[in-house]
Design a protein around this ligand. Structure first.
Ligand code: PAF
Length: 276
């Protein structure tokens, strides 16, 4: 595995005639990232991973400074997973002038976007820069960030970006807790409590399956999450997927998405229910 950090080095190290699978990350790798690499390896000749904690997707009072970082460990994991090229740029490399940003027009005012204003502009800005640098055939994103996936797919369609976006399933602990770099902020007790989130989502999905009204399901899900000790609900939503708009009779996929705040970590999780 080759490690590069400048644009010039990256351009020299990219293969010319092979398919490239790209896994963009912010590091502190876990099994969720590893499964993205596995998918990328299966479908492409060459796998590129980026590790960059992108400052523009963090709000002023968020965890940019204390976001977990461990490059040595990440490098080892990326190598073991079969990454061919690891791009590890500095902020100066990724934001040389910072004169231009990508702006989301629809779908950023709900779910995580509502409580994290500007977050998705930052995500799409960095993803756009990385796509232009890596020019991947396919790019791999985990459905834990289902809103992020929907907005990246929308951006790719709107800007005619020549890349195929691959959605990958959420990887979970045995308890059901979704794998996340931010789980390190949780105490053992909180981890146990947080596993209730997926249980509540599973019950909610079964209620939709049984024909219950989405509004009623949302209320029941809220009530269940409210019972989790030492936590506070940030949002509970049932929206059309991937438009992220209001559920209608024409909706074929529904996203049940939640964010729950523990003392040091805000956790997100979701399930997608397909009609029929
Ligand atoms: O999902 C993430 O880790 C980040 O939002 C991404 C896509 C790497 C952009 O910084």
């Amino acid at each position: 595995m080759k490690i590069v950090s400048t644009v010039k080095e990256l351009q020299h190290a990219l293969p010319l005639e092979q398919t490239i699978g790209f896994v963009p990350t912010m590091g502190y790798l876990h099994e969720g990232h590893m499964s993205l690499v596995e998918n990328a390896r299966c479908e492409n000749d060459f796998v590129v991973m980026s590790i960059f904690v992108n400052p523009t997707q963090f709000g002023p009072n968020e965890d940019l400074d204390r976001y977990p970082r461990d490059f040595e460990r990440d490098e080892k994991l990326a190598r073991e997973a079969g990454v061919d090229l690891l791009f590890y740029p500095t902020t100066e490399t990724m934001y040389p002038l910072d004169m231009a940003r990508v702006t989301v027009r629809h779908g950023a005012d709900v779910l995580c976007g509502a409580s994290r204003p500007g977050h998705f502009d930052g995500v799409l800005t960095i993803v756009s820069k990385l796509f232009n640098l890596v020019r991947p055939t396919r790019a791999y994103f985990g459905l834990k960030d289902a809103q992020q996936v929907a907005l990246i797919e929308g951006y790719v369609r709107d800007y005619f970006v020549p890349v195929e976006i691959r959605r990958c399933p959420i990887v979970r602990e045995e308890t059901g807790l979704a794998k996340s770099s931010r789980n390190v902020y949780l105490t053992d007790e909180e981890k146990e409590e947080a596993s209730q989130i997926y249980k509540a989502l599973t019950v909610a999905k079964a209620s939709l399956e049984a024909g219950d009204d989405p509004k009623k399901v949302k209320q029941q899900l809220t009530d269940r999450l409210d019972e989790i000790p030492n936590s506070q609900i940030d949002y509970v939503e049932v929206v059309d997927y991937p438009t992220l708009g209001v559920v209608s009779n024409d909706s074929t996929e529904l996203l049940l998405a939640v964010a729950v705040q523990f003392e040091r970590a805000r956790l997100i999780d979701n399930v997608i229910w397909k009609k029929g």
